[in-house]
Design a protein around this ligand. Structure first.
Ligand code: MD3
Ligand code: FE
Length: 212
């Protein structure tokens, strides 16, 4: 999955409000990963249970005013990390600034996230098609940043049965999901190793969200 023509990926409108900013976070990638490392010292990665049994293939943690969790009460945003009983670590200013700049570049001014959700995919891990609708407001876009191993993102439509398009996401890519795209189905095919030249053994995805 080498990126032979990165210039053609610089800015790509996926559909109805979603904009791929290829390599937008590349220059900051190491700093972002360092910030992730610091966050996970306070709020370690964990595998949540999924409704219906089993556990999520991606390990997760969060920072900011809210974190997303899955427990016996279902999927929801909470202010306290259930693993530690402490508030989630603060959103680093690096995250806030990047999310704001990316949203701005995609046409969404004044984006101030309340949650930075961090997903870690070991080789073989993916995420089945789903909608993100646990936030109490769907007005704001979601900003996502891909780091480490590449992945094939599955981009669907407003209905589960709508056709999916496969979009490769590479180290440093940022996607802003606003407007109608905000409620579209999406997923991640199982990540394969040996897809990246970053030297990282996993894929990391940061998503920045407004919750309420
Ligand atoms: C489109 N994460 O955390 S990021 C998730 O790569 C999630 O870890 C995937 O789906 C990942 O919920 C995909 C891209 C993404 C994130 C949120 C969205 C696309 C989205 C919300 C609405 C529409
Ligand atoms: Fe999602």
């Amino acid at each position: 999955m080498d990126d032979l023509f990165p210039e053609t990926r610089e800015r790509l409108s996926l559909s109805s409000g979603a904009v791929l900013l290829g390599g937008f976070a590349q220059a900051e990638a190491q700093a972002l990963l360092h910030a992730v490392e610091l966050i996970t010292q306070q709020a370690p990665f964990r595998h949540y249970r999924v409704v219906g049994g089993g556990r999520m293939a991606a390990a997760m943690t969060a920072c900011g005013e809210y974190g997303w969790v899955s427990d016996e009460q279902g999927y929801r945003y909470v202010r306290t990390d259930p693993l530690t009983g402490r508030p989630w670590p603060a959103l680093p200013s690096l995250f806030l600034a990047l999310a704001g700049r990316a949203a701005q570049a995609a046409g969404y001014a004044g984006f101030v996230p309340q949650c930075g959700l961090i997903n870690r995919y070991a080789p073989g891990a993916g995420m089945g098609p789903h909608q993100d609708r646990d936030e109490h407001t769907m007005e704001a876009p979601v900003v996502s940043v891909s780091l480490g191993l590449s992945a094939l993102f599955q981009w669907g439509g407003a209905r589960r049965q709508d056709a999916c398009r496969k979009v490769p996401l590479h180290h440093g890519d940022v996607v802003v999901w606003g407007g109608p795209s905000r409620s579209h189905f999406h997923g991640v095919l199982p990540v394969r190793s040996a897809q990246s030249g970053t030297g990282l053994g996993c894929r990391y995805n940061l998503t920045f969200r407004v919750v309420d």
